[in-house]
Design a protein around this ligand. Structure first.
Ligand SMILES: Cc1ncc(COP(=O)(O)O)c(C=O)c1O
Length: 418
């Protein structure tokens, strides 16, 4: 496979270009899922997988396959080295240390881990948890379950008119009763980007911790845990061009070390006896059972892949496409756009009198795949006053042709529905 489109100097000006400035379309060619002129605009739900990720997983599950952390034979020792190399790679990607990286099944599991392990130790009856109006259900329900269990309260941070988490509101409403603030780094519906540092300072000023849901930020933004200033960060492998079934929870080692285990089993123990069991240090303490070996190796390949483009170039590329889309949709009458003008590659919209499912169905006939629904963000839909929106979300493989196909498709939707 040619490494041309993985060139670290690749940059985006609407399309990916190589260093010589020649327009290169072969990013798409790296993705077996993107043939036949299919316009895939649902990367916020899950990203397509490049061949290098599929190849790495095929090797890990085939000729290299063995368990990790246990075997005395060479294949298992090699697999353990590869597994831990992936942890090092994730740590480097996040500007963190390897012992701060916990492998989980996805962002949802990472948030549940914090809610179930850190939660009851640190959130007590009468305490408060601050979320925001735009959170994904994965960053709402685990906290509701914790609040119910310990007798705590949930508060909901307001949004600005253009759909960003209102940090003025947050600063004005946080109190010492708040033990945790948990916010999306990038909204999966509106593409709004949080000023994470400011949110962290606001949380810390009242003694609260900040968890960032990085599902939508990790595939399109430079991550550095100390710059962000948060206390917990979660992300999902499948949104990062890697496999499903793997995600990451990051927290500082001293935070993880102070947290009790949440699931018991093999691999998370120091010594087991019926009289007393002691636990392994973190991160192993949080990785009970045989881990997702093949998926972790796939995640390593995915991070190598996207890092070869560089997060700044990816962000520029996808936000340029989102801006083009917003401009183009403004000219289609009856379209309402949601969210801020500066969106991280995600555009939500509706068309007057039409259910987003009808829009999505007609677009599908035109080979354009968008998401239509509540996007696992029903409280945000309530706030917008709609049951659902249509959403176009971009990845590194999209270009202006995809935007043009979307606009053509919407013109057809208009013709069909009058
Ligand atoms: C902002 C956000 N948070 C959390 C999730 C849940 O991620 P997963 O289903 O991979 O655990 C998603 C997935 O859509 C998301 O977009």
């Amino acid at each position: 496979m040619s490494a041309l489109s993985l060139d670290p100097t690749a940059r985006a000006v609407g399309r990916w270009e190589n260093e010589g400035g020649t327009v290169s379309h072969n990013v798409r060619d790296q993705f077996p899922g993107l043939g036949n002129g299919w316009h895939y605009l649902d990367t916020a739900a899950t990203a397509q997988k490049p061949q290098v990720v599929l190849d790495a997983m095929m090797r890990a599950g085939g000729v290299d396959y063995a368990t990790v952390h246990r075997g005395v034979y060479a294949r298992s020792a090699n697999m353990t080295v590869a597994f831990e190399a992936a942890r090092n790679r994730v740590a480097r990607f996040m500007g963190a240390a390897p012992n701060e990286i916990v492998f989980v099944r996805g962002a949802t599991e990472g948030i549940n881990l914090v809610a179930q392990s850190w939660g009851p130790e640190n959130v007590k009856s009468g305490d408060r948890i601050m979320l925001s109006q735009l959170e994904h259900h994965s960053n709402i329900v685990p906290w509701q379950m914790l609040a119910e269990k310990v007798g705590a309260y949930i508060d909901v941070c307001a949004l600005t008119e253009d759909g960003q988490i209102d940090l003025d509101w947050l600063e004005a409403h946080l109190t010492p009763a708040h033990k945790l603030v948990s916010l999306a780094h990038v909204s999966n519906v509106l593409g709004s980007v949080l000023d994470a540092r400011r949110a962290a300072d606001a949380a810390h000023a009242v003694g609260a911790k900040l968890l960032l849901d990085g599902c939508q930020a990790a595939p399109r933004m430079r991550l550095d845990m100390s710059d962000l200033g948060c206390d917990f960060y979660v992300m999902s492998g499948h949104k990062l061009y890697g496999p499903t079934g793997v995600g990451v929870l990051w927290a500082q080692a001293e935070t993880l070390d102070a947290m009790p285990p949440w699931q018991g089993g093999g691999a998370m123990i120091d010594r087991v006896s019926f009289a007393k069991t002691t636990y392994a240090p973190s991160p192993s303490r949080f990785e009970a059972g045989t881990p997702m070996i093949i998926e972790v190796i796939g995640l390593h390949a995915a991070i190598d892949f996207i890092d070869s483009f560089g997060p700044d170039a990816i962000f520029a590329h996808e936000s340029a496409l989102a801006a083009q889309t917003r401009d183009a949709l403004r000219s289609v009458d009856s379209v309402t756009l949601y969210g801020p003008e500066q969106s991280a590659g995600i555009v939500s919209f509706s068309m007057e009198g039409l259910h987003p499912h009808d829009i999505g169905t007609i677009l599908d006939e035109e080979n354009v795949a968008i998401r239509a629904g509540h996007h696992c963000a029903q409280p945000l839909m309530d706030h917008l006053g709609v049951p659902a929106t249509a959403r176009a979300s971009f990845g590194i493989y999209n270009d202006e042709d995809d935007v043009a196909a979307l606009v053509r498709g919407l013109e057809r939707v208009k013709r069909i529905f009058g």
